[in-house]
Design a protein around this ligand. Structure first.
Ligand code: GDP
Ligand code: MG
Length: 445
């Protein structure tokens, strides 16, 4: 699906070349693709609607800067908005409280609360150098308490034992007391979930929240839940003052849409993502990376960045102008063209960006050899004076020897270059009637 989207967007973008501004008309098809991509990534429909509306508002009238096509500019807006919507940058845990900093875990059964508690214990201990205590308030399943004990041991943190016959509030209070008197930096409180939203569960977790007054209340949600994550997130967010979200099971084939939905519904930052069953499977959440995952447009984005930094639009325009006016193609142009090609990622990279018929012919060249050759050619032209570049006819024996010595090559190579140039010039003259200008436009924007 990701490849498909990238291809679809690339195709759409091709039809948008050569326009200076994002308009209703030139963005419509593109936005439709983005909409489809979001739905395919499992983003909830109302969230998709809001998002598309806001992208449209931001994009319309935006100038298409530099060497970008409108399609590339729109991709830029979409990616920026998506990243922004998911919080902009990574969001950290807060410890701004008298220790112990209490972290309350909330979420449905099977969401990954106990696993994440173990992962966090490891992360807090090893990365942030905290003294960590964990406790389980899941009195409904004896195995759940044992499970927390196991992961806590694996994490190298300390475990506060509890019994199924105790009540969750008493357990919580005892654990806080213990953490205080034993100078723990952090107390992680695991709780019981239910299979679905349930009034008793909500009352229990609310009561725990009142008792503990935690600095962090993390909502743990399974990314595989996709669209259903929205309802769960809403219910928990309405009941508890959440401070953050942990999105688990992103190592599976979850498409990440839940990240956008949950963030949109709760307005709370996603702080971590679970990426595996092991305790090492926890990552700090990065909105920009998630934006790429959701849209699956890593390729396109790198293309945009590359285009932004490498193509000298003015040079390409100048050349296109020159050809339109029927002016001659000189060695300076030849050199510019070569360095332009190299900046765009060499011949290999360029072939991918050429229109199909041209790429076919160019594909018969070995890019690595061609690359070396291009660099030598550039070196030779660099050794010429501006006058020689403009009037290659001037280059006779003496000049050839000087140029060859300057570039550190044999005179034969200078000869070969001049011959090559001559052939190219002849070809250019044939192409002059529009063809070349069109090619430059396709390459430069
Ligand atoms: P809880 O009921 O919310 O405490 O959920 P658990 O922590 O017991 O996790 C439920 C299941 O999900 C277990 O089999 C975990 O191994 C698995 N799990 C939790 N987080 C992840 C994750 O990030 N990736 C994968 N692949 N599995 C996870
Ligand atoms: Mg559990």
């Amino acid at each position: 699906m990701l490849e498909n989207l990238t291809q679809r967007l690339a195709r759409t973008m091709k039809t948008l070349r050569g326009e200076a501004r994002l308009t209703e008309a030139n963005t419509q098809e593109m936005l439709r693709e983005v909409r489809m991509a979001l739905l395919e990534a499992d983003v909830a429909l109302p969230v998709v609607r809001d998002f598309i509306a806001s992208v449209k508002e931001k994009a319309l009238g935006e100038d298409v800067v530099g060497s970008l096509t409108p399609g590339q500019a729109l991709v830029g807006v979409v990616n920026r908005e998506l990243t922004q919507l998911m919080g902009g940058s990574a969001s950290e845990l807060s410890f701004a409280t008298q220790p112990p900093a209490i972290i309350l875990m909330a979420g449905l059964q099977g969401a990954g609360k106990t696993t994440t508690t173990g992962k966090l214990a490891k992360y807090l201990r090893e990365t942030l150098r905290k003294k960590v205590l964990t406790v389980s308030c899941d009195i409904y399943r004896p195995a759940a308490i044992a499970q927390l004990e196991t992961v806590t041991q694996q994490a190298g943190a300390d475990f506060f034992p509890s019994q199924p016959e105790q009540n969750p509030i008493d357990i919580a209070q005892a654990a806080v007391q213990w953490a205080k008197t034993h100078y723990y930096d952090v107390l992680l409180v695991d709780t019981a979930g239910r299979l679905g939203i349930d009034e008793a569960m909500m009352q229990e977790i609310s009561a725990l929240h009142r008792t503990l007054n935690p600095i962090e209340t993390l909502f743990v949600v399974d990314a595989m839940q996709g669209q259903d994550a929205v309802n769960t997130a809403k219910a928990f967010n309405d009941t508890l003052p959440l401070t953050g979200v942990v999105l688990t099971k992103l190592d599976g084939d979850a498409r990440g849409g839940a990240a956008l939905s949950v963030r949109h519904i709760t307005g709370k930052p996603i702080k971590f993502v679970g990426v595996g069953e092991k305790l090492t499977g926890l990552d700090v959440f990065h909105p920009d990376r998630m934006a790429n995952r959701i849209l699956g447009m890593g390729d396109i984005l790198s293309l945009v960045e590359e285009a932004q930094k490498s193509i000298d639009l003015d040079a390409a325009k100048d050349m296109a102008e020159k050809f339109k006016k029927g002016q001659g193609f000189d060695l300076e142009d030849f050199k510019n063209q070569i360095s332009q090609m190299r900046k765009m990622g060499g011949l290999g990279g360029l072939i991918d960006k050429l229109p199909a018929q041209m790429a076919g012919a160019a594909g018969q060249v070995n890019p690595a050899d061609a690359e070396k050759q291009m660099r030598r050619t550039e070196g030779i032209i660099n050794s010429m004076t501006p006058l020689e570049r403009r009037k290659p006819d001037l280059i006779k024996a003496t000049r050839k020897r000087r140029i060859a010595a300057g570039a550190g090559v044999q005179v034969q190579e200078v000869n070969r270059l001049l011959k090559q140039f001559e052939e190219m010039q002849t070809m250019m003259k044939k192409m002059q009637k529009g063809g070349m200008a069109k090619m430059m436009k396709a390459m430069g924007g």
